[in-house]
Write a protein that binds this ligand. Structure first.
Ligand code: MSP
Length: 639
């Protein structure tokens, strides 16, 4: 087997409840990366699964009057159903309640105990059941779990401890020598600081419940759920059970996890592996959260979104596209129905859908449904061909760096250019003049060829759409048969290809409620509208650091009748700002106001005073009103 391997994992999810769109986000990203690597010719092992033990699950099962196994079986079935509906192409689904996993966990627990790295002691500490995490008194936040803010329980029990402290320096040295091990860099720095703060030995067994893997030499204890859970990554790769498989796939190339569980993967997991003498994974990548209007999704807040409902309404590929396009891996991203519909209409129905529809339609009407060989290229053709080739290269570069949304964007830039190419070359006019048949053939070929390339490049993102495009182009619709190489070479579409009838890819979504509420709006009084500036991306907007600031002091600037000098509190930092609002506000009116300012604006010297930032105001002719956020803590983020 000469293919290079790629082993990628998602976290294994707790089957305490149904999964929401935030969980689906992580798995979709992992799926896109796995599919991309397959497209690039790798032998991929993509693992997901369920983390079934622990107190929380046991309690849930009790509440429902069933055994823990019965409880998780049902929920795990719903996970598998969701992944099938979302076209998740996992190669293995590991359940921690499986025998293969029990065997590995018990064997390694025994081994680490035998070598003296696990010892028995009595334990007193605070436990957060929802997070299945122990905390020391000093780590609590106002007496609650510092991760989720929920109440913790005081536990006093005899437990086994894992000698993490012994490995502290080795772990630090490893992280320092391997800059890619923890990504993105911000999370790496957090972990380095955490380790430098000192690693405590970790409590790795529990006696207060029994839904877990028994400690082999002391069966009133069960193995702590994170020790059990992390081990899934080697169980599934064949550790102790399939030597050849383990040699082939381990170490994992990427453990993709949410940012709040990086700590377990970047500290506990490597130390377990060090104790076992097993190589460490190449990378732990901590992605951001999908939030609802800025708030973390949680059942208790009632703001969770069921991905199955969305899939039924919009289709899996549209949801996948939104998640991959809208969110920069590593940052938090916002989910909203309006943004989803906007992306479907603008990017899928309009840009991609129209390019395909127009092309297939024109080939049908002007060329008998056949794509003929292209003839001499003009400058506009050269530009399109070059862009197609550059796009395939940029896409590969971005995907290799896990910049999935940049790869999606690059493909859509090509789609946009091809739509413009239709307008520039005007095939409908060429079709009227028999002398221009050669030119018409060239234009139609180039469009079909761009679509062939696009269909391949989007296959990791929208695997259901690729065969639909290929089939309309008259090509075999087998997505598994295409390769990245095919997308990087121009001209592979055979001349003489016969297209099929056009078929809409993504219907436009008409939001009834929105249309109705617009209709009910009273007509606005006519006022000349300001021209709208060129569009910026959400990433561009995010570069502006907008915060609330409380005005502490306001004073006139000498010999400048428009300027006020403000001293503001930014939540722990004071700033001086010069603002041209003196004709609208008296200094005394401003003190105590919570204004909105941009804090990362390049400082400027105004009348010899350095102004660091700018307050925002609405301006209409001579009228001016400061933008305020009454009562917000100074330094709050404005988005
Ligand atoms: N069982 C542990 C993981 C063990 S891995 C060896 C666990 N399970 S979980 O079900 O609570 O969460 C699994 C993953 O879902 C985490 O990576 C978490 O970050 C992710 N997400 C949960 N809500 C999320 C969002 N709203 N957005 C993005 N990811 C989110 O932790």
């Amino acid at each position: 087997m000469s293919k290079k391997k790629f082993y990628i994992t998602t976290p294994i999810y707790y089957p305490s409840d149904k999964l929401h769109i935030g969980h689906a986000y992580c798995t979709t990203v992992a799926d896109a990366l796995a599919r991309y690597k397959r497209l690039a010719g790798y032998d991929v092992f993509f693992l997901t699964g369920s983390d079934e033990h622990g107190q929380k699950i046991q309690r849930k099962a009790q509440e429902n009057g069933v055994s823990p196994q019965e409880y998780v079986d049902k929920i795990v079935a719903s996970f598998r159903h969701l992944w099938e509906k979302m076209s998740i192409s996992y190669d293995d689904f590991i359940r921690t309640s499986e025998a293969r996993h029990h065997e590995v966990v018990q064997t390694i627990f025994q081994k680490i105990y035998d070598q003296g790295d696990i010892y028995k002691a009595s334990y007193e500490g605070w436990y957060c059941t929802p997070c299945e995490t122990f905390w020391l008194e000093r780590q609590l936040s106002e007496g609650n779990c510092p991760d989720c803010g929920r109440p913790v329980e005081l536990l006093k029990e005899e437990s086994y401890f894992f000698r993490m402290s012994k490995y502290q320096e080795r772990l630090l040295a490893y992280i320092e020598a391997n800059p890619d091990f923890i990504q993105p860099t911000s999370r790496r720095n957090e972990m380095i600081n955490f380790i430098k703060g000192g690693l405590d030995d970790l409590c790795v067994s529990r006696t207060t419940f029994d839904w877990g893997i028994p400690v082999p030499f002391d069966t009133k204890h069960v193995v702590y759920v994170w020790f059990d859970a992390l081990t899934n990554y080697i169980t599934a790769a064949g550790y102790l059970q399939d030597r050849g498989k383990f040699a082939r796939y381990w170490p994992a190339d990427i453990h993709l996890v949410g940012k709040e569980i990086v700590r377990f993967h970047a500290i506990i997991w490597p130390v377990i592996l060090m104790a076992l003498g097993v190589e460490l994974p190449k990378m732990v990548y901590g992605h951001g959260w999908l939030v609802m209007e800025g708030d973390k999704m949680s059942k208790s807040k009632g703001n969770v979104i069921d991905p199955l409902v969305l899939i039924d309404e919009f289709g899996a590929d549209a949801i996948r596209y939104f998640l991959l396009r809208e969110i920069m891996l590593g940052s938090d991203g916002n989910f909203s129905r309006a943004a989803l519909i906007n992306r479907i209409n603008a990017d899928l129905a309009n840009d991609l859908g129209n390019l395909l529809h127009r092309t297939v339609n024109m080939v049908g009407r002007f060329s008998g449904g056949v794509v003929f060989a292209p003839e001499a290229r003009e400058a506009v053709d050269e530009e399109l061909v070059r862009l197609a080739q550059d796009t395939a290269a940029e896409y590969e570069r971005a995907m290799e760096r896990l910049e999935v949304n940049a790869a999606v964007k690059a493909v859509w830039a090509l789609i946009g250019r091809a739509n413009k190419y239709i307008d520039e070359t005007g095939p409908w006019a060429l079709a009227k003049d028999p002398a221009k048949k050669g030119r018409l053939n060239t234009v139609l070929y180039n469009l079909a060829e761009v679509l062939r390339i696009v269909a391949i490049l989007i296959s990791p993102f929208m695997p259901g759409t690729t065969p639909r495009i290929l089939r309309q182009l008259g090509l075999a619709g087998d997505a598994a048969a295409v390769s990245l190489n095919d997308a990087q070479r121009w001209g592979l579409l055979p001349a003489g290809t016969k297209m099929s009838a056009p078929e809409a890819l993504f219907p436009r979504i008409e939001e009834k409620e929105e249309a109705e509420s617009e209709a009910q709006q009273p007509a606005a009084p006519a006022k000349p509208a300001l021209p709208v500036l060129p569009e910026v991306s959400i990433e561009d907007f995010a570069k502006m650091d907008l915060r609330t600031a409380r005005v502490l002091v306001a004073e006139k600037v000498e010999k400048a009748d428009k300027l006020l000098k403000l001293t503001v509190d930014l939540g722990g930092e004071e700033r001086t700002i010069i603002s041209g609002i003196s004709q609208h506000y008296a200094p005394g009116d401003l003190v105590g106001k919570d204004v909105v300012m941009i804090v990362n604006l390049k400082p400027a010297k105004i009348r010899g005073i350095e102004s660091r930032g700018m307050v925002l105001a609405a301006v209409d002719g001579d009228k001016l009103a400061l933008v305020t956020a009454p009562g917000m803590e100074p330094g709050s983020k404005v988005r």
